[in-house]
Design a protein around this ligand. Sequence first.
Ligand code: AMP
Length: 113
Amino acid sequence: MKKNNVFKDIVEKKIPSEILYQDKKITVFSDISPKAPVHFLVIPNKIIPSLNYIKKRDKNLIFHMLRTAIAIAKKKKIYRTGYRLIINCNKNSGQEVPHLHIHILGGKKLPSI
Ligand code: AMP
């Protein structure tokens, strides 16, 4: 069984967060420690521990997460100036929370990778 985590608690509103968007499948909320002027996280409502765990049956979910990230970029007016989507996976990437999430970063010139 997948253990609950802080992001699942956000989905279930057991802990406070600034939720920007939520539907039956996904939730978008502000990162508590923003690394850029615009920094949101897009997560599935169900627990997927990391990118390594996505299955074929999740393809609509993943597409929905990406389309929503683009919609958020438009809403937050970084669509034209540019933005970065990041998915960290496991220890060497710095993944802290074992619940798949896409970072949306923008609002300034981001350092090259
Ligand atoms: P990662 O390093 O890719 O696992 O990213 C986890 C992100 O979650 C970090 O940018 C944290 O600042 C953010 N974070 C952790 N706890 C919370 C929380 N309670 N509410 C919002 N963002 C959080």
